[in-house]
Ligand binder design. Structure first.
Ligand code: KIV
Length: 294
């Protein structure tokens, strides 16, 4: 949600700020919501300038930029650090594993840190009915919450990275989860890795918007991990990822070109070097050769 209020570019009129109400209006008007992750300021700036509605500082940063095997090791301090880095852009910050699981009091304290210390406008938590009380407490404490159901990566050791909601009863459960989160005050719900039929059914059972990732085209909006979108992951993409650019190839080519220029003496060129002022240069040249070379 144009989370970021960037300094206006000279050639552009700043887009109006996107809020939770904007998302609701979009759902009602059947206008798809766009969302992407970002973990640093330059990326958030590009994402915002491209007019994306929601920027999520996802705990997927653990895998996308910190080199972890899952999202589980991601800490509050890492999330706060990255959320601060996209501070002007961010709307939603992911609460990392362990930061909202032990008690509602601790979850409230950690969510408050995202708002006060990192400038987040909402927090995202994984889970369904089991998190309804927490969502309600956060909402009553003026903290906007985005829910996340379906494949919840923080539950990897219990459910694996597998498509969820593959039976009628599993879909009923997901609908009940989504409705409980809505009743508790969630402003939107991420639906991850579920059959498109389930995505459509959950979406039409709710007033608040759904944002899908591998949940089919019938959600109110879509989110992808930025690093998947531009191929910066180095891993086989999930079925739901569409690669819109090959940044890995571009960056590799640039790095190889740079290294070869350095090795071959083509970089830096004279134009990329600083020069002495004319008088100092003349003085240096006037010195005897042995002094000059010292
Ligand atoms: O952490 C993340 O990036 C997410 C999205 C995949 C929704 O939770």
């Amino acid at each position: 949600m144009s989370l970021i209020q960037l300094p206006p570019r000279e050639d552009s009129v700043p887009a109006p700020k996107v809020t939770a109400q904007t998302l609701l209006d979009r759902k009602q008007a059947h206008q798809p919501i766009t969302a992407l992750t970002a973990y640093d300021y330059p990326t958030a700036r590009l994402v915002d300038q491209a007019g994306i509605d929601v920027v999520l500082v996802g705990d997927s940063l653990g895998m996308a930029v910190l080199g972890y095997d899952s999202t589980l090791p991601v800490t509050m301090e890492e999330m706060l650090h990255h959320t601060r880095a996209v501070r002007r852009a961010v709307l939603v910050a992911d609460m990392p594993f362990g930061s909202y699981h032990s008690s509602i009091g601790e979850a409230l304290a950690n969510a408050t840190r995202f708002i006060k210390e990192a400038g987040a406008e909402a927090v995202k938590i994984e889970g369904g009915r089991n998190r309804a009380e927490l969502v309600s407490t956060l909402t009553q404490s003026e903290i906007a919450v985005v829910g996340h159901i379906g494949l919840t990566p923080q539950s990897v050791h219990r459910i694996g990275y597998r498509v969820q909601g593959k039976s009628a009863s599993a879909i009923d459960d997901l609908i009940a989860d989504a409705q409980a989160l809505e009743e508790a005050g969630a402003i939107a719900i991420v639906l991850e890795c579920i059959p498109r039929e389930a995505g459509g059914l959950i979406t039409s059972a709710l007033t608040i918007p759904t944002i899908g990732i591998g949940a089919g085209p019938d959600c109110d909006g879509q989110i992808l991990v930025f690093h998947d979108l531009v191929n910066l992951t180095g891993a086989q993409p999930a079925k739901f990822v569409r690669r819109y650019a090959d940044a890995s190839a571009l960056i590799t080519e640039a790095i190889q070109h740079y290294a070869s220029d350095v090795r071959g003496g083509a970089f830096p060129a004279d134009a990329e070097s600083y020069h002495l002022p004319r008088e100092a240069g003349a003085e240096l040249l006037a010195r005897e050769p042995q002094k000059r070379s010292r």
